[in-house]
Write a protein that binds this ligand. Structure first.
Ligand code: GLC
Length: 793
């Protein structure tokens, strides 16, 4: 089968008889027998389990859903005439022999006639979506945010090797990540559908047949989870509750990361650290790509190029720079190499159907692959990885080639659990189980710490173990533009901690592209500059002083806003809201349905980056400075323009001109942006004193600030507090009230208010936990983000 090909709906058999079979309903007809079970999972989430008699292995091999939700409470059916009706706590389902109808939080969805079918092991569910006006999620995808009219293969692939000649375009599919989750929008109402089947599946949102949403799984059984809205945040939160919310990362992982395939020697790393210091750009981590290894042998260092990696990494850490190493799954097949020998002895590697070790061809040549689906192998791996991280003083783990990439060797012969389970049951989950095993290694090193892992491939639920980057993109404007919808849809699909290779991986960047990329993604959850070997180097200083200054501005802005970003991660962990969001997450109206060239960080900051270069779009020259123009859609209400220092009224589209060093950035009226104003020294950041940048023109500003130790896992056991912040500018007086709730120790953070855009306000009345002081506001200093117009307390 080629990518994008589907089984024609007319090749499916549909049932004509519906009968009750215990807790299940049986749908049968010539050529097809399906059983359907309906279960209540949690409030707003119900499951329809579709079992197909033709499926040879009926077990659910997916690890997507959290264990506590896997059982569900079966709902008994009421049979009337030819349908079975289920009334669940949250909605209603009606099932006919070849037809399904459901209603959840006011969203109704129905299959087309003969919309349920079987073709061998394959299952078809075909829904009528004429009234649907938007479709989102789908995991990591190219093209636009709204997937209506598009289709997606759910199969993880090593994109560049599969799309060797077309990787630089913006329309390849599938990608490295397979998440069969779709969010349908009908007017103001949303509904989520998660198709839990780990095998190859296709979702078609009206591309093959306009007006129909077709889901086809090619093998195995499928659990369909319906997630209620009515709003988009409700659907997103429910999906995150079902598959797991991302744990809090360490603060350093939210800083700027520098990577390149080609950093080869110890001296280069020291030189990089010195360069960052010399150009006054903070950096929180330097990354080791495959060249650090001894001939690509896992868990080794090339001791000629890196004589003492632990000492090097400790030296870097002493100046606030963490070390992250790439870890591929493939083990060099070389008798005498300790990792291979021990894995062979433990039967840790995937096998062919007859029990031979499955062999692929990756960087080390002939390569074998740990079978991470086995707990014993995860333990084996965790042991090796933990030893490696400890011995080399490595802080973070970069999981690559886990799609899995097997080079010229077909992947299908790779089987799991000693050859017993065919490839397709775990193909899409290979990276997931690798991430699980790798996180376990970090847990061994520091059971109370917060590991940082990044993976290329992922499936539903992988966010519990690792952040995701969107793989090998290219240094061109199309891929910069695509980075926004791609990361936004991935964010809506449960993976809040994600981002692209900034600057583009393949091909050469240029100064303007690199600057705009740093600005556009400088407020993304994950922020790493990465490029392929032999391409034009793209560290921030490579293109001269003007681009460097612009990138410095973007990177420093991120560091200043790290307290806000961290709060967004905290909110994600607690509630499931993504860190970056399409505008449609908070604003309704047809104008937001396709809007994907601007985004929100949290709910308060609107980012509208310039996504075209000189000569490619509207531009003007103002006071001798060349500026690129773009339309910015501001939702209703007042917005504070953080470049110009003015309030602008929203509810309209404005043309915005931005010089090379400007990122169009707007704070919403009523916003509080927690801000770090201390010195920027790489990952060193003391958040005991935090400024509260306040935007309260017509609306009082409010924010719930989570207080925790930012280091341990104690937050997971409710060991955190909340500071409820309220601020109001009332003529001459700014009133700020901060009240810490819960048993968490008081006053662990000192908050300092900074007021924007209220020139008449001169006095501050600050109440912290019931104690009030009144004093005059002082004029602040100028910063890239907050210029003279801010008044500092
Ligand atoms: C893969 C990764 C890329 C990495 C390269 C070499 O292409 O996606 O990020 O630099 O392998 O390890």
């Amino acid at each position: 089968m080629f990518f994008g090909q589907k089984i024609h709906p007319l090749n499916f058999d549909t049932a004509d008889t519906l009968t009750v079979a215990g807790d299940r309903i049986e749908l049968s007809g010539p050529g097809v027998r399906l059983w359907v079970e309906c279960a209540d999972v949690f409030e707003g989430c119900l499951r329809l389990r579709f079992e197909n008699a033709a499926v040879t292995d009926p077990r659910q091999h997916s690890d997507a859903v959290l264990p506590e939700w896997r059982e569900g409470r079966p709902v008994a059916a009421r049979l009337n005439a030819e349908t079975a009706a289920f009334a669940t706590a949250v909605g209603r389902v009606e099932l006919g022999a070849a037809r399904l109808w459901l209603e959840l939080a006011g969203f109704t969805l129905e299959t087309v006639a003969e919309g349920i079918g079987g073709c061998g092991e394959a299952l078809l569910l075909n829904f009528a979506i004429e009234a649907v006006d938007g479709c989102y999620g789908f995991g990591e995808r190219t093209k636009r945010l709204n997937k209506l009219g598009d289709s997606a293969d759910c199969l993880t692939v090593d994109v560049v090797s599969v799309f060797r000649h077309t990787y630089a375009r913006d329309d390849y599919d599938p990608s490295y990540v397979a998440i069969p989750f779709a969010i349908l929008k009908k007017g103001e109402r949303f509904l989520g559908l998660f198709f839990d089947n780990p095998g190859w599946a296709v979702m078609d949102a009206g591309k093959a047949r306009p007006g129909e949403f077709g889901y086809q799984s090619l093998g195995g059984n499928t659990d369909v989870y319906a997630l209620a809205g009515p709003s988009l945040p409700e659907v997103t939160r429910r999906y995150a509750a079902l598959t797991g919310r991302g744990p809090l990362p360490p603060l350093w992982a939210l800083g700027y990361h520098q990577c390149r395939w080609g950093y080869q020697y110890e001296a280069e790393f020291l030189e990089l650290a010195a360069q960052f210091a010399a150009v006054d750009v903070p950096v929180s981590a330097l990354w080791y790509d495959i060249d650090y290894m001894d001939e690509y042998r896992l868990f080794t260092w090339d001791r000629v190029d890196f004589p003492d990696p632990a000492a090097l990494n400790r030296d870097l850490k002493a100046v606030g720079i963490r070390a992250v190493t790439i870890i591929d799954p493939g083990v060099k097949r070389e008798p005498g190499y300790a990792v291979y020998d021990s894995g062979r002895e433990d039967k840790a590697f995937c096998q062919t159907v007859s029990g031979r070790e499955y062999v692929g061809k990756v960087w080390p040549g002939d390569t074998v692959f740990p079978d991470f689906t086995l707990e014993s192998v995860r333990d084996w791996w965790a042991g090796w990885l933990a030893d490696f991280l400890r011995a080399g003083a490595v802080d973070g783990v970069w999981l690559d080639m886990n799609d899995p990439a097997t080079g010229h060797s077909r992947t299908e012969e790779m089987r799991f659990q000693h050859g017993a389970i065919p490839h397709d049951r775990y193909h899409n989950q290979y990276a997931h189980f690798m991430a699980m095993a790798s996180r376990a290694a970090c847990d061994r090193l520091d059971p109370d710490g917060r590991p940082f892992l990044l993976t290329r491939s992922a499936c539903a639920g992988t966010q519990r173990y690792s952040a995701v980057w969107t793989g090998d993109n290219a240094s061109n404007w199309r891929h910069l533009r695509m980075a926004l919808p791609c990361s936004l849809n991935l964010s809506l699909s449960g993976v809040a901690f994600n981002g692209p290779d900034v600057g583009g991986f393949m091909d050469d960047a240029n100064a303007e592209l690199l600057v705009r990329w740093h600005q556009a993604c400088g407020l993304f959850p994950f922020f790493r500059d990465h490029s392929i070997r032999h391409s034009r180097p793209q560290e921030p200083w490579q293109f001269g002083p003007e681009p460097l200054a612009a990138m410095r501005g973007a990177i420093r802005t991120r560091y200043h806003l790290l307290p806000y970003l961290y709060q967004c991660f905290f909110a994600h962990w607690r509630d499931g809201d993504p860190v970056i969001r399409p505008l449609l997450y908070h604003y309704s109206g047809p104008e937001y349905v396709d809007l994907d060239d601007q985004y929100l960080l949290g709910d308060a900051l609107l980012v509208a980056p310039v996504l075209h270069g000189e000569g490619q779009g509207p531009e003007i020259v103002r006071a001798g400075v060349k500026m690129q123009e773009r339309p910015v859609r501001l939702p209703p209400g007042w917005w504070f323009d953080l470049n110009r220092g003015d309030w602008v009224e929203g509810g309209r589209v404005m043309m915005y001109a931005a010089a090379l060093d400007e990122l169009p950035l707007f704070a919403r009226d009523g916003a509080v942006l927690p801000y770090y104003a201390g010195p920027l020294q790489n990952s060193f950041m003391d958040l005991y004193a935090v400024e509260l940048h306040l935007f309260c023109r017509e609306r009082p500003a409010r924010f719930d600030y989570f207080l925790d130790d930012r280091e341990s896992r104690r937050y997971q056991f409710d060991d955190y507090g909340i500071a409820r912040i309220m601020a109001e500018a009332d003529g001459e007086r700014l009133r700020v009230e901060i009240a810490e709730t819960s048993d968490y120790p008081r006053d662990t953070v000192t908050f300092m208010p900074v007021l924007y855009g209220c020139p008449a306000t001169r006095e501050l009345e600050l109440t912290v936990n019931g104690r009030t002081v009144t004093r005059l506001l002082q004029t602040s200093q100028r910063e890239w983000l907050c210029r003279e117009w801010a008044v500092r307390a």
